[in-house]
Structures are given as C-alpha cells and as structure tokens.
Design a protein around this ligand. Structure first.
Ligand code: AMP
Length: 254
C-alpha cells in the first residue's frame, strides 16, 4: 500500500456551545452532566488526515486520545469521520501539555507514524503547547497553525502554509513531522449516519496510562479558577448627546 501512516490527536473537551460553570470550590470547571465534544481544531486535523488519505497520500489514520473512559465517544467520532483505528490512553487525571506530549512520544515509538496532525490549541485549556512540545521531544520538525498542507510521499516532505502577521509563510518540512491545524485549513464535513454505524466495528484499544510506565512529573499547580466578573452593567441612554457625554467620561462609566 502506498502512502504514509498518520497519527491524529483528538482531545475531548466541553462543547464550544456550553456556558462553562466554575466549581463552587474554585478547583476547576464542572464537567459532570455537561456536553463534551471533540476539540474543534482536532476535528480539522481529522478531516485533513481523511482528505490526505482520500488523495492516496496516507495509508492509515490512527486517532489517539488521552483522557477518561468517556473519551472513547470522541474517538468513535474520529473513526466515523474516517480514522482507521483508535487508541485511548486512559487516565482520570487532567494532564498538562508536557505530560500529554511525553505520552504521545511513547505512542509514536510503538506506532511509527510519519505524520502527526493535531489541533493548534485545545479550547478548554487554551495552552497551544502540546504540538510544539511533542516535536521538541521527538526531535522532529514542526509546522504550526497550518492553513494549507501538501504532502509529498516521493521525497518525504510536507509543505505547510502558515498564517502569520501580515501574510502567509510557506515552509517545507522533512517527514516525519508534527503539524498543528489552524481554523482555515479545511471545513470538516457533515458526519453521515452510515459512517457512525460503521465506526462501531472499527478497532478501539483502551490502555491504562499506568501500563505505559512513563515517568510524569507535576510541575504546575492550578491555584484557583474564577468565573468572569459580572460587574459591568449596561446603561440605557435617552439621547445621542447623553451617549457622547458618557463616552467622553468613559473611565467613570466602566
Ligand atoms: P493544547 O496544547 O492543550 O492547547 O492542545 C493542543 C493540541 O494537542 C490539541 O488540539 C490536541 O490535538 C492535542 N492534545 C492535547 N491534549 C490532548 C489529549 N488529552 N488527548 C489527545 N490530544 C491532546
């Protein structure tokens, strides 16, 4: 079979449409009884992998998630979107990017992908770190915030266009490489019901994190999580003159 193997990372996060509630003890946000979905940038990563496979450039797409058992639902969505197989590294602990990157490095060593596609950022922690850390740990080139990808399996390179301040930058990376996806890379397609049904019989392996024996250190403690303040209130003004007056004295209004 021609083409290369691609590992695509998918994180289960609180759905973007949910109004997030902070726990009363300030230790984090409520996830019980809350709708969880695939991180939107990871949906773009999966879609890109599927498009590259449809173009004959990939021979296999492995979706990987690190999280609790219910993250299997998100992996099933990746399978329905076109991934061939999936691995969940099961842990109940919310891990920081450096730990996730170390676990992914371990999976790379056993699965040998030549291309890693992941989101530029998870919308729950907004870290934008995991891809960069993984590339550094592997010693692989990285193309971050990709808005266009061209894989060349003959000379084993990938061209990555990145949206940078004031324009577009195009890089050529030698494979294996880590690519993180930006919003404009593609528009994920509609999930068709027959594919959801088919995904149920695709292989999904669950491995407890402890079985991998990866030494993970805790470097950061979250001290508090606070909801945004609701103190700013609207004002109803009766005339344009009153509005102009308020704007002139804006620091007294806010
Ligand atoms: P972050 O650095 O946390 O903003 O995450 C960037 C990207 O890393 C995400 O879009 C995912 O593709 C990947 N990633 C982060 N955490 C996980 C996880 N627990 N499981 C799978 N992929 C992850």
């Amino acid at each position: 079979m021609t083409g290369i193997k691609c590992l695509v990372c998918v994180k289960q996060v609180i759905d973007y449409s949910v109004k997030v509630r902070v726990k009363s003890d300030g230790s984090g946000v409520e996830t019980d009884q809350v709708k969880l979905s695939m991180n939107p940038f990871d949906e773009i990563a999966v879609e890109e992998a599927v498009r590259q496979k449809e173009a004959g450039l990939l021979n296999e797409i492995l979706a990987v998630s690190i999280g609790p058992l219910r993250a299997q639902e998100t992996l099933r969505v990746a399978l329905a979107r076109g991934a061939d197989k999936a691995i969940l590294i099961q842990t109940e602990e919310a891990l920081p990017p450096i730990s996730v990157a170390k676990i992914l490095k371990n999976i790379v060593a056993s699965e040998n992908p030549e291309l890693i596609l992941m989101g530029k950022q998870a919308i729950d922690d907004d870290c934008n770190q995991t891809g960069q850390m993984l590339a550094a740990l592997l010693g692989w080139p990285q193309g971050t915030f990709a808005s266009q990808l061209t894989v060349n399996i003959n000379d084993k390179t990938v061209k990555v266009t990145r949206e940078v301040d004031g324009g577009l930058e195009t890089l050529s990376l030698s494979l294996p490489a880590v690519i993180t996806t930006d919003l404009r890379l593609n528009e994920p397609r509609y999930l068709a019901l027959p594919n959801v049904m088919r995904a149920k019989s695709k292989p999904l392996t669950v491995k407890p994190l402890a079985e991998l024996n990866i030494p993970l250190k805790k470097h950061i403690d979250i001290l508090t999580v606070e909801a945004p303040s609701n103190e700013r209130q609207g004002l109803i003004l009766n005339s344009v003159e009153a509005l102009i007056d308020k704007l002139k004295n804006v620091d007294k209004v806010i």
